[in-house]
Design a protein around this ligand. Structure first.
Ligand code: ATP
Ligand code: MG
Length: 187
């Protein structure tokens, strides 16, 4: 199991700075319309590697960076911290209790990944290649679709039971195996 502990946002959408501890168990984020609840979910999806700005509800990638008083900040950063369970990060010689995966995006649209951890109270940062990040997400079980968006939820409520089952299969990743099964049976 992968335990998400904390999320930190810098200049991401409506948040100049936000640090959110995720306690054990069930977490709900509540607040008035437009207060930024979905932006927090977008921030998580951003770190998990969403490559489409539209899916993160922005026109273009640089639209994810905070726009305030007629000015866009220079960069946006989102870091999600995981407990270092099952020696996940040992491959990187990291023994800290918690390790952050940080994605940073510049105004130019250039984006980079880093691992962040503490070593004797000193913050350490290690740049990650695209392949290293993909391998790490696979190890953490974070590849694929783990999030049901606000739009999906409305879609699920409004369709017939058969359509609903299809959407759930799609979201949970079962649809992929159905296709593979069908192909295998045809061979
Ligand atoms: P609802 O309850 O309606 O779903 P919500 O809490 O999910 O609302 P969000 O959609 O997360 O709200 O937040 C929308 C707000 O984020 C809008 O006010 C929008 O102007 C602001 N926002 C989005 N991108 C940026 C940006 N780059 N800079 C500043 N503010 C932004
Ligand atoms: Mg919302």
């Amino acid at each position: 199991m992968t335990t998400l502990e904390k999320i930190e946002l810098k200049n991401f959408k409506s948040f100049k700075k936000l640090s959110l501890d995720i306690p054990k168990g069930f977490t709900a984020i509540v607040g008035p319309n437009g207060s930024g609840k979905s932006n927090i979910v977008d921030a998580i999806l951003f770190v998990l590697g969403k490559t489409s700005a539209k899916k993160l509800r922005a026109n273009k990638f640089s639209g994810l960076i905070t726009y305030h008083n007629g000015k866009r900040a220079d960069f946006a950063e989102v870091c999600i911290y995981f407990l270092n369970e099952n020696d996940t990060f040992k491959t990187f010689n990291i023994n800290a209790d918690r390790v952050g995966i940080l994605r940073r995006i510049k105004k130019s649209g250039e984006s980079n990944y880093y691992l962040i951890w503490k070593d004797n109270d000193k913050e350490k940062r290690r740049k990650m290649s695209k392949q290293e990040i993909i391998d790490l997400f696979r190890k953490l079980g974070l590849l694929g679709n783990n999030v049901i968006s606000q739009g999906d939820l409305l879609r699920i409520i409004n369709v017939s039971p058969i359509e609903r089952r299809k959407i759930i299969d799609e979201i949970s990743g079962i649809a992929e195996f159905d296709e593979k099964k069908k192909k295998a049976e045809e061979e």
